[in-house]
Design a protein around this ligand. Sequence first.
Ligand SMILES: NC(=O)c1ccc[n+]([C@@H]2O[C@H](COP(=O)([O-])OP(=O)(O)OC[C@H]3O[C@@H](n4cnc5c(N)ncnc54)[C@H](OP(=O)(O)O)[C@@H]3O)[C@@H](O)[C@H]2O)c1
Length: 274
Amino acid sequence: MTPPVVEANGARIPAIGLGTWDLRGRTCVRMVEQALHFGYRHIDTAEMYGNEAEVGEGLRAARLPRGEVFITTKVWQDHLAPSDFERATKESLSRLQLSEVDLLLIHWPNPQVPLADTIGALCRMKREGLTRHIGISNFTVDLVAQAVKLATEPLVTNQIEWHPYIDQSKVVDACRRHGLAVTAYSPIARGRAVGDETLRKIGQPHRKSAGQVCLRFLIQKGAIVIPRTSRPERLAENLAIFDFELTPAEMKDIEALAHPRGRIVDWSGSPNWD
Ligand SMILES: NC(=O)c1ccc[n+]([C@@H]2O[C@H](COP(=O)([O-])OP(=O)(O)OC[C@H]3O[C@@H](n4cnc5c(N)ncnc54)[C@H](OP(=O)(O)O)[C@@H]3O)[C@@H](O)[C@H]2O)c1
């Protein structure tokens, strides 16, 4: 079954992708290839993950027409000045062995570089044909508004941490107002959701696991999800989320799991985090 797509500002983004942070070497190549065999059509990488060459290798090994797979990469915080940005983008393409990606994101905002310069460089990458679409990641409500104002090309998504333990409704609403999709990273809370009793109980009548309920919750909120796994058998489990529907009451029970300290990925600015 081909996963559904989310449409945003002219882009058609497969609603589920394989996250690849921390996938290395042969494991990364194998997981990308297997994911594409299982039906995934969207792979998420970044220059910072140090695995773009392996993602490219997995993509080629799957032997699918290039136009069938949606590849996202991201420019790291240290490369947001315009000349660095262009160099970093070209280096990513060279590691991936692609002439263009489908989506290029600013990985994290960097207050040391004027946003206008970075957004200008991002838009130029699209005009020069190095990427089909552009977007942002880890942008707050205020930064989303600034980025949209500065951009001369449409921004299609904001990739943010989103799972049941964090209430992201404000930034999600801001993205919607501007026509951006929201891509949920760490969508199973780095594995925490799979052991959650509430999610497990909700899954029982649907014959679904806690992890599947967690991903389905985000899909019903309109998100694109990019769960990562290093185990082939879990690829199929994470993909099997389009054949059931959570009720409004179940959605409400899952929303109640959010709390103010639910964030997992450190936002204190550690450049080594992710
Ligand atoms: N833009 C950003 O700043 C940013 C930040 C963080 C992440 N991301 C992206 O988002 C992707 C996903 O986020 P994430 O890697 O942080 O975390 P995640 O996808 O929420 O969780 C990954 C963890 O869950 C486990 N897992 C996956 N499927 C499972 C299943 N069906 N049953 C049990 N355990 C399962 C994995 O273990 P196994 O490997 O053992 O299956 C792994 O430990 C990343 O890989 C990356 O591409 C982006």
